[in-house]
Design a protein around this ligand. Sequence first.
Ligand code: NAD
Ligand code: MG
Length: 396
Amino acid sequence: MTQPQRITVLGATGSIGLSTLDVIARHPERYQAFALSGFSRLTELEALCLRHRPCFAAVPDADSARHLQGSLLAAGLETRVLVGEQGLCEIAAHPDVDAVMAAIVGAAGLQPTLAAVEAGKRVLLANKEALVMSGALFMQSVRRSNAVLLPIDSEHNAIFQCLPTDYSRGLADVGVRRILLTASGGPFRELPLERLPDVSPEQACAHPNWSMGRKISVDSASMMNKGLELIEACWLFDARPAQIEVVIHPQSVIHSLVDYVDGSVLAQLGNPDMRTPISHALAWPERIDSGVSALDLFSVARLDFQAPDEQRFPCLRLARQAAEAGASAPAMLNAANEVAVAAFLDRRIRFTEIASIIDEVLNREAVIAVETLDAVLQADVRARAVAGQWLVRHGR
Ligand code: NAD
Ligand code: MG
């Protein structure tokens, strides 16, 4: 009998991490959790370790490591607990690992995800911010190391499924005209515009179709999530921003579409449950049961589409602008957005000020070439500083 594949789950305590472990637990003969990381909610990480018995766990600091190591030893587990970014990079690149689920949120996931890529792993990419920040470097590294990069974002996973197996010679070569990236439009799609400045973090996090972490929920409400996904799609599929059209589809049943030159449009459909793309990427090119129920088209009944409104969703315009500018612009967009979303979740700024902060950062900071990881990290730091100055200037 073949050995189960050993999986590292970066961000195991999060929404994607938990869904991944749910799928892994359904297939013990195929998959085994090799290492799990958590940043907060460490009691949950401990419970996950007791359940999945990984070889390694990774936590942010030495105190939490000592505490977790003590509890796991007392429970008779041999799990070794590692610390900090170095610990994350170690579990991502460990020679015994077959696949890495990159499900840390935000820029914090960049270096561990790159470590998995550089080690030539099968990388299941949920952490879109990592690719947005460092696109060119990230994709060069994928090619150099022969890592297998599989998209977890439901839209990109859908596009991947609608493309032919080999599109390495470019989209034009396989007859693709455009990519249609679907978006639910989030909780504020129909809210009267004058009420947008007063929405609360709770309202922003109450997504109509998906249950997700808080940062991506706010990004979905502002449609920055779709903006980041547009940049993500450009890198994953070697597309120009102009080849990608955003389509609002409130039911979140079609997860994206590919439009071919002969007029064929292929779509991937399914219930909105991340276990579908996770299972797809874990098993690809095979298929496994994900635990997601069969799509009932009769209860879906209808599929609606609309063009996005950039007045309502200025973040989408800012992201397209950063995608067109390239170089350091996407890293700055991402960093400014992370600062702004954290401030919004802390109730220090209004929802509509998220876009104001990003706009200011993109206008104030020159776009520069980013050919090294250091240059990417510096662009990130500078953008955070400019966003921080906005907060200070406005007394937040
Ligand atoms: P989440 O907030 O639920 O989980 C985030 C995980 O990252 C947690 O395990 C947390 O402990 C860890 N983490 C947070 N800050 C960290 C830090 N500084 N260092 C190390 N670890 C840290 O988020 P999520 O919804 O699971 O999203 C994770 C990623 O997947 C994001 O990039 C998101 O855009 C992407 N994604 C999520 C969904 C979804 O449905 N949830 C869908 C598509 C893509
Ligand atoms: Mg998505």
